[in-house]
Design a protein around this ligand. Structure first.
Ligand code: PHE
Length: 341
């Protein structure tokens, strides 16, 4: 009996189990109810009672080792099948994901900020949801000024008193906030979004960006304003551009001017962009009205200053040859992906 167990054990150890078919015939030969191991178990009762426990143990070990071989072989075959399926192709190139990039408006704004900060201007920001009084009253807008009309302004809360809330129509209320906040001398730029309820087209949108500048000090003159604007325009649009100051009107500056540069696309000869005029308007500016300085608790007899405000988006369009302002606000990835560094 012992010998037959040993030789069967040897056979089991040596069996080749490389396929499902090998395993099946192994199982039928050894471990089924009518298999060789069961046959040995049935002979157990003819073994002498003294040897029976040992033989029993040997038989159990034989059975276990046969079952272990089946389990092991099944496992390795299924493993092999899995790994031989080409589920991952390691030779494929990796997927490159879009990591985002600076928006063209921010690129141009960044350039503008850089020029002014080199001239000593600090940065100031204010809320886009603004009080009517900061957007208009404090800036010396008469109560019946047409710019207050619903046509231009998005009102958020309108009771007809000074705590009406609106979406700021320009960045000039930030001037007011800065003057209320800190004593002169003041030299800041205020970039930000502004809102106007205008007809939407490829050339105008209900949201756009402005960059405001404010300088308050003793003895500031229009000559200081001009020098600053000249320096900015030559750095931003090229040293060859010419400038012209046209008299204009803003309630919060006196005197006021609008500034044009010679069209930097046609060199001033006249083209479609400058509408054959040879000039492009870049900003409004002027000496801060004494009423505004006074409204902000600063003595206009001692302090004077200038302010300027420019649209940013048109420069972005010209700079990158984009023909529709709406593209700047739609966040269309097909457009934004063209501005990766
Ligand atoms: N706030 C004016 C506008 O939105 C621009 C401006 C700013 C003009 C500062 C003069 C001084 O049109």
């Amino acid at each position: 009996m012992e010998n037959s167990i040993r030789s069967l054990q040897q056979e089991i150890n040596d069996a080749t189990l490389n396929s499902q078919a090998d395993i099946e015939s192994f199982r039928l030969r050894y471990t089924v109810r009518k298999g060789l191991i069961a046959a040995l178990f049935s002979q157990l009762k003819s073994v002498s009672p003294t040897d029976r426990p040992n033989i029993g143990i040997m038989l159990n070990q034989l059975k276990e080792s046969a079952e272990a071989r089946i389990a092991e072989a099944t496992d390795s075959i299924s493993h092999h099948e899995e790994s031989s399926q080409p589920s991952i192709d390691l030779t494929l190139p990796g997927r490159i994901s879009f990591t985002g990039s600076e928006h063209p408006v921010q690129k141009v704004l960044g350039e503008m900020k850089g020029i002014f900060s080199a001239m000593g201007f600090a940065m100031a920001t204010g809320p886009e949801l603004e009080l009517d009084s900061y957007n208009f009253d404090m800036l010396n807008f008469p109560p019946d000024h047409p710019a207050r009309d619903m046509q231009d302004t998005f009102f958020v809360k309108r009771n007809g008193n000074e705590d009406d809330v609106l979406l700021r129509t320009h960045t000039s209320p930030v001037q007011v906030r800065v003057m209320l906040d800190q004593p002169p001398p003041i030299r800041v730029i205020c970039p930000g979004k502004v809102y106007r309820n205008e007809a939407i087209s490829s050339r105008s949108y209900c949201v756009f960006h402005q960059l405001e500048g404010l300088y308050i000090d003793k003895g500031v003159t229009f000559a200081d304003l001009k020098a600053t604007i000249y320096s900015f325009a030559h750095q931003m649009f090229g040293s060859e551009v010419k400038l012209r100051f046209r008299p204009s009107f803003f309630p919060f500056t006196e005197p006021s001017a609008e500034v044009d540069v010679t069209c930097y696309l046609c060199g001033g000869k006249g083209c479609k962009v400058c509408k054959k005029s040879g000039w492009l308007e870049i900003m409004g500016c002027g000496m801060v009205h004494p009423n505004v300085i006074q409204n902000c608790g600063i003595d206009p007899e001692v302090w004077s200053g200038y302010a300027f405000g420019m649209g940013v988006d048109r420069t972005v369009l010209l700079h990158y040859k984009i023909d529709d302002i709406r593209l700047l606000f739609e966040n269309d990835l097909r457009m934004l992906r063209q501005f990766t560094a």
